[in-house]
Design a protein around this ligand. Structure first.
Ligand code: MV4
Length: 459
């Protein structure tokens, strides 16, 4: 087992990783930018080394500096968390070169999922259902027109280097195609330095359902059931839950088996997530695979009673996984992401000093956070402040528990997404469990938040 792990990250996920390391008797090294000098990951790690100025590219993305710290402190492994270097094949390669174990997949495994067309080709070969489409890059407008004709409108154009919605264009008819094709290429080129786009049939009103997977160094793979992440705003997830209210035992089995096929097809080593789009007829299609631990991993931890960070470390150390885990189907978990953003102003970032703080507590409530009273939220990084994860026997109880937890959550000094969540938890469509990724486009949460503000006014 590793003796010392360097955590190449910040915020709540750095704390989350330090916690498991401590429980496993592994020493920890934190790295931090000058903006994070007063952060808890710096305090709670056994050692901490400053790696540069606030801008990510000069600190948390500075591979040379991070490797130098790993060497200097004699770390035998690096955990990248999510974001930053987590899906950087070059960094995984650099770790190999310096003989420091990267806690995550090998460079070729990251690369095989980084390019969307390559990923899709690999999945089709492996027998994982994919959305009908162009199969490869669209070379010109003529080809775009031909392919659209074959697939039938509506179609969607996607950037092969993309993911997360950037460079995507929905095309409803032939008249829209020319403009959409040129805009998709331009946006893809500007965002990713690669203007390659491909085409797919557009799936109307889908759900985003992802399967947590794990694969070991010996070619074994398993899944740990699904998370429903259909509550999104502009491709940013706000609420995730497990099990999905839309997934029955038959669909869970099929999607789980498909996700395990994906794992085995690339000999995947580590924990990961296979994302699917699911249409209203319960057809499911591979979208992409995330080769990292995800923000919403605690939802799976809570329903499966399983430490995913510990599993990452065990897999990296060469421990075999124990085969397909059975989904107990006993508990429900929901996560609300609390961001320093103003839901009454288009979720504009709201950095600044947290002047007062009280976090929710009690039975079935978990809060993963790095903030404290007096902490200043820097403007340089993502705006995630905390994740509130509730667990209860049924979805209905879990929703009520989340409402009571969020009513206990006091954060003063910055605007947060708590009022948004309190509005959503009352929404009939959300409560019914029958919704799709378009939910937040239909929901006038601003009005509900304003109503709540009126009702909450205390003299
Ligand atoms: C789609 C789609 C419909 N049909 N592909 C959005 C992010 C990127 N990973 C893929 N996305 C979509 N791809 C086809 N063929 C609809 C979306 C989509 C979406 C997917 C998941 C969650 C939220 C979404 C919001 C809008 C569009």
């Amino acid at each position: 087992m590793f003796k010392k792990i360097l955590i190449a990250n910040r915020g709540e996920i750095a704390l989350r990783i330090i916690r498991t390391c401590k429980e496993m008797g592994i020493k920890t090294v934190a790295v931090y930018s000058t903006a994070d000098r007063d952060s808890l990951h710096v305090r709670f790690a056994d050692e901490a080394v400053c790696i540069g100025p606030p801008k990510s590219r000069d600190s948390y993305l500075n591979m040379q500096n991070i490797m130098a710290v790993a060497e200097l402190t004699n770390a035998d492994a690096i955990h990248p968390g999510y974001g930053f270097l987590a899906e950087n094949a070059e960094f995984s390669e650099l770790c190999q070169k310096y003989k420091i174990k990267f806690i995550g997949p090998l460079p070729y495994q990251i690369r095989s999922m980084g390019d969307k067309i390559t990923a899709k080709e690999t999945m089709i070969k492996a027998g994982v259902p994919c959305i009908p489409g162009s199969g490869g890059l669209i070379a010109n407008l003529d080809e775009a027109a031909k392919t659209a004709d074959e697939i039938g409108f509506p179609v969607i154009l996607k950037a092969t280097a993309g993911g997360g919605g950037k460079g995507m264009r929905i095309v409803r008819n032939a008249a829209e195609l020319e403009k959409a094709y040129s805009m998709a290429r331009t946006e893809a080129g500007a965002s990713f330095g690669n203007d390659g786009v491909y085409m797919e049939k557009f799936i109307e009103e889908p759900r985003h359902i992802e399967i947590q997977v794990a694969g070991d160094q010996y070619g074994e793979g398993c899944h740990l059931s699904e998370r429903d992440c259909s509550v999104q705003r502009r491709h940013q997830k706000l609420v995730e839950e497990a099990p999905s209210p839309f997934v029955d035992e038959e669909l869970r089995k099929k999607m789980g088996a498909a996700a395990v096929k994906a794992v085995k097809a690339i000999n995947y080593e580590g924990v990961g997530t296979v994302e699917f789009l699911v249409d209203k007829h319960k057809n499911f299609y591979f979208m992409e695979m995330n080769t990292r631990i995800q923000v919403e991993h605690p939802v799976t931890e809570e329903v499966m009673d399983f430490d995913l960070i510990k599993e990452q470390i065990l897999i990296a150390a060469g421990t075999p996984i124990s085969g397909v885990l059975y989904f107990p189907d006993k508990m429900h978990a929901i996560e609300c992401r609390i961001n320093a953003e103003d839901p009454l102003n288009n979720f504009a970032p709201s950095p600044g000093k947290i002047t007062a703080l009280h976090t929710p507590k009690g039975y079935g409530v978990r809060v993963d956070t790095h903030i404290y009273a007096g902490y200043t939220v820097p403007p340089f990084y993502d705006s995630l402040l905390a994740k509130v994860i509730c667990r209860a026997k049924t979805r209905e109880e879990c929703i009520v528990k989340m409402q009571r937890a969020l009513h206990e959550f006091i954060i003063e000094g910055v605007k947060t997404t708590i009022p948004f969540h309190l509005a959503l938890l009352e929404n009939e469509e959300f409560r019914s469990g029958k919704f799709d990724t378009g939910l937040l486009e239909r929901f006038d949460y601003v009005s509900v938040i304003k109503e709540h503000m009126q009702a909450d006014y205390k003299i």
